[in-house]
Design a protein around this ligand. Structure first.
Ligand SMILES: *Cc1c(COP(=O)(O)O)cnc(C)c1O
Length: 415
């Protein structure tokens, strides 16, 4: 099986009992094996992470924290969580880690719950400029319960306008400033954010959901020394199970822990926490650091190659795994581009363009790099993009076949 699939015996059990769902799982394995996963937030977890996720720890109820649970029989759950916390604090040089957040959004919710009260003013990147739903969307709890003031990126450079951030902070006196984005391809200057927060007496919350894996690999600056609370996911470049975590200083540890449980969550998902521990262990290895360097090098190559094909690359390039681009010069908008690329087996997202009318495309190199693809594949992918966008059925079919062949040539973690 090209992509990490459930072991044969487990699949057999499922196929016998529930062929309908077994078919769904196999269909997804096939989809992942013969198309290109270019969604910036996705990656392939290792078989060890999947083994922990599929383990009987999934059966265990464990409300509370190690040594202080509301359920019996938690000795192994406690061990899993202690190991996960130790590995996270040492990996990121943080005084405290909470590894129970069910997702990145839950981690942000907990950070707000730890530091804010409903009605407080929060300064965050506007959604059309790259902010996440939890940064003040009216469709999300954040926009309903807090007064968000949006900052943005410069129209010319596409870079965060730190002078605007400072001016808005002085004017609105927010209780917290959030730095972090779903599509900003450059490093953030956490020291400047800290300075601005200190000047107006605000907390600094870093939502590092995307770059935290690069931070672990030493290829992106760490928000940990600067932010009061760092929120993150464990499933993006970090390559762990779907989930969230929080990092903070010892002074806020109790508030952050209480904000996760019992304020915003119930029982911890111990199988996921064990899988997070496995991923933190992997991320501490020299081979993971080398992986993150390749991820960034590949994103730079791919961005350059896409620019050569005519795409307008936001900020002119990338420091990270992430590329955002406007395909308008090729005569299509982001939605059409996503559709045509998907028809050719290349899966990615659209994204808001702060100053354009249409939408752009957002993609990343974390998954294809885990598969072992390299510089020649990045160049080829850019070429295949522009062929697929022409929307010629015969050419698209040829690209689809080449994509299938390329994806199968690079099975993650195998053989
Ligand atoms: C991915 C992401 C999140 C949310 O993560 P989920 O696990 O999907 O809830 C939050 N903030 C930012 C900046 C993100 O990129």
């Amino acid at each position: 099986m090209p992509v990490t699939a459930p072991p044969d015996e487990e699949l057999d059990v499922l196929r016998r009992q529930d062929p309908e769902i077994a078919d769904v799982l196999l269909g997804e394995v096939r989809r992942q094996s013969d198309s290109l996963q270019l969604i910036a937030a996705e990656n392939f977890t290792s078989p060890a992470v999947l083994a922990a996720l599929g383990s009987p720890l999934a059966n265990k109820y464990a409300e509370g924290y190690p040594g202080a649970r509301h359920h019996g029989g938690c000795e192994f759950a406690d061990a899993a969580e202690r190991i996960a916390v130790e590995r996270a604090t040492s990996l990121f040089g943080a005084e405290h880690a909470n590894v129970q957040s069910h997702s990145g959004s839950s981690a942000v919710l907990a950070a707000y719950a730890a530091l804010l009260r409903p009605g407080d003013t929060v300064l965050a990147m506007g959604l059309s400029h790259g902010g996440h739903l939890t940064h003040g969307s009216p469709a999300n709890f954040s926009g309903r319960w807090f007064e968000f003031v949006p900052y943005g990126v410069d129209a010319e450079s596409g870079l965060v306008d730190y002078e605007q951030v400072a001016a808005l902070a002085r004017h609105h006196r927010p209780k917290a400033i959030v730095c972090g984005s779903i599509c900003y391809p450059r490093h953030l200057d956490y020291a400047i954010f800290r300075e601005i927060a200190d000047e107006v007496g605000a907390y600094l919350i870093a939502d590092a959901a995307h770059p935290i894996g690069l931070v672990a690999g030493g290829v992106a600056p760490s928000p940990v020394p600067y932010a009061d609370v760092v929120c993150a996911t464990t499933h993006k470049v970090l390559r762990g199970p779907r989930g969230g975590m929080l990092l903070c200083g010892g002074d806020l540890a109790g508030r952050v822990d209480r904000a996760v449980f019992p304020f915003t969550q119930g029982g911890a998902q111990m199988h996921t926490i064990a899988a997070k521990a496995v991923a933190f262990g992997e991320a501490a290895s020299p081979s993971f650091a080398a992986y993150t360097h390749r991820v960034v090098a590949h994103a730079r190559l791919l961005a350059g190659a896409l620019a050569a094909e005519g795409f307008a690359i936001t900020t002119g390039g990338t420091d990270t795994h992430l590329i955002t681009a406007d395909p308008a010069p090729l005569g299509v908008d982001g939605r059409t581009a996503r559709m045509r690329l998907a028809a050719a087996g290349m899966v990615l997202d659209t994204c808001a363009l702060p100053y354009g009318d249409g939408r752009g495309i957002r993609l990343g190199t974390a998954a294809v790099t885990t598969q072992g693809m390299g510089a020649p594949e990045m160049a080829r992918i850019a070429a295949l993009f522009s062929i697929a966008l022409r929307d010629d059925p015969e050419e698209t079919a040829r690209v689809r076949a080449e994509v299938r062949e390329m994806a199968r040539r690079f099975p993650p973690y195998g053989p």
